[in-house]
Design a protein around this ligand. Sequence first.
Ligand SMILES: Cc1cc2nc3c(=O)[nH]c(=O)nc-3n(C[C@H](O)[C@H](O)[C@H](O)COP(=O)(O)OP(=O)(O)OC[C@H]3O[C@@H](n4cnc5c(N)ncnc54)[C@H](O)[C@@H]3O)c2cc1C
Length: 405
Amino acid sequence: MPDYDYLIIGGGMTADAAAHGIHEADAAGSIGIIGAEPHPPYDRPPLSKALWKGEPEEKIWRKTKDTGAALEVGRWVTAIDPRGHGASDDRGTTYRFKKLLLATGGTPRRLPLKTDQIIYFRTLDDYRRLHALAAHDVRFLVMGGGFIGSEVAAALRMQGRNVTMLVPEAGVGARVFPTDLSAFLVDYYRQKGVTMRMGEGMAGLEPRAGSCVVRTTTGGELIGEVVVAGLGIVPGVELAEEAGLDVDNGILVDEFCRTSHPDIYAAGDVANFVNPALGTRLRVEHEDNANTMGRVAGLNMAGRATPYHHLPFFYSDLFDLGYEAVGDVDARLETVADWKQQFREGVVYYLKSGRVRGVLLWNTWGQVDNARALIAEPGPFTAKDLKGRLPVTTETPPPGSGGSP
Ligand SMILES: Cc1cc2nc3c(=O)[nH]c(=O)nc-3n(C[C@H](O)[C@H](O)[C@H](O)COP(=O)(O)OP(=O)(O)OC[C@H]3O[C@@H](n4cnc5c(N)ncnc54)[C@H](O)[C@@H]3O)c2cc1C
């Protein structure tokens, strides 16, 4: 029976970051990682960006081996036993642990249709399948106007493919961006050659002569050879729930990433934590959180008490536009836009009761830490106070590098 000081369930970016955190604090401790995918941990963001622009696949692998962790890939953990400090997998192996981390992330939300014709884009294998299909001159239907849908549609279009986006909301990124920016993106995608079907979702799908016929919620019909769905994820809470841990939109953790069981931790996309600057609980599905929270969870598991007070940032690239964002960027909040060039370069502030809750840095780089500092300020702020508050600095650094520790 494999017996580890530290057992990590989930083989993603959080798992890798946690192994590094553990190794940093306790180099002699034994670490086991069990992951369902047939690969060692890798970076997910390039799957919808850099790999389509020619970055080689070798670049995505994380340096998990440096931590000395034993990697068990292609195994699904079916149950954990908090009291007995054990976990068992789908091949009948039982593992023992002193400390356990749940880094189970999330799985793509699925449509209520039984078909393997839809690619739910999340993993390296999904990327490989779509990339191979993109070598052919076929029609792609991309569902969803959130991060995955908008990035995948751009990536496919940049290969010169015929792409239609089917978006239930009125604009692209409608849950995040102010209405005018979200509407601008619809036109922008159209100019790039993407067919935009706004206010339409998928109601049904059937195969017809080697193609898929998609029936839309407004009674329309679309035909494509490949359907890609980006409908968000459902956090992987089943193991925690069945073990009786506290769960509410993710696995609830304290500031040391500890669940309701003292020897079990959770981090990354699956974890629901308190952020002091915002004064609320958050569950964040982004890279900076996976990396930073994963490491902090590892440090805590190995006895180096380290509160997780970090406010994660995220980023995305849409053709030649790019942005970084931090805090609560929710389109339902009051927004104040400070454009240097409208919809091209600028800063959008998200406010609630006069406090800045989130900041969108649109083609504006190197301001993430300043945005975090602004969110920590009590305010109150008016629109006038915020004009010019953060400089619009389009020069450096490139997307994705903005100020995370
Ligand atoms: C295509 C794509 C592009 C992205 N781009 C960006 C970006 O530009 N910027 C940004 O900030 N973020 C981006 N993200 C989000 C970011 O990648 C995620 O926040 C991050 O991957 C979360 O890592 P995680 O390890 O917590 O969860 P996951 O990545 O979901 O990994 C969890 C792993 O655990 C495994 N697992 C789950 N349950 C079990 C079990 N019971 N037994 C064994 N294994 C299990 C899963 O198979 C999975 O491999 C992107 C995500 C995707 C998919």
